[in-house]
Every structure is written in C-alpha cells, then in structure tokens.
Design a protein. Structure first.
Length: 103
C-alpha cells in the first residue's frame, strides 16, 4: 500500500478532470483566501468524518499548506483502499491560477 506524490507544476494536468477530486486540507479561512481551481475544502481534522462522501473509484489529490499534512492524509486513505496522491510542497509550492471564496 503506497501512494505517489505529484509535483506542484503537474497538478494542472488534473484540474477539471473527470473522476479526480482535488482536496484542500487547510482550514476554511485559508481555503477562501485562495485555493487551486476546482479544489474542494475538507479540513484535515474533518477528513475522517467526511471520507464516506468520497468515491473509491476517483483519484483523490490532497494538498495542505506545505505538504506534510497531505502526506498523512494520503497514507491514511490509501490504507482504506482509496486511490490517492499528495501534492509535493503543498499550496506553498503551487504557482498556477488561484480561485478565491467558497467552491
């Protein structure tokens, strides 16, 4: 049971793709201040309670501020049979377009 990391520049290939869910694990204030386009906000501390809403057939891409928390989330979710990736370096490393507000 393992998962891959994605380089910050490569996340662009996944934005808007069918069967890919990009998940921002930061708190809602950080998310609303700017996030990767199409990302949904599920703060890390709420992930366990909300994982039943996530489909096993989808690719889940997690990111946090700098990449540490998303590694923990990916590790836990792969154990439960989810197809996951973690964004290396987190939002801090991302240099693409940013959306603001609630998605």
């Amino acid at each position: 049971m393992s998962f891959e990391t994605i380089k910050a520049n490569d996340i662009i290939k996944y934005i808007g793709k069918r069967d890919v869910v990009i998940i921002d694990l930061r708190d809602s204030e950080e998310y609303m201040a700017g996030h990767i386009p199409t990302a949904v906000n599920i703060p890390y501390e709420d992930l366990e309670a909300n994982k039943n809403r996530l489909l096993h057939r989808c690719l889940l891409i997690f990111y946090c501020d700098r990449g540490h928390v998303s590694l923990l989330a990916a590790r836990d979710m792969v154990r439960d049979g989810y197809n996951v990736r973690s964004l290396h370096g987190g939002f801090h490393a991302y240099r693409g377009n940013i959306e603001y507000g609630i998605k």
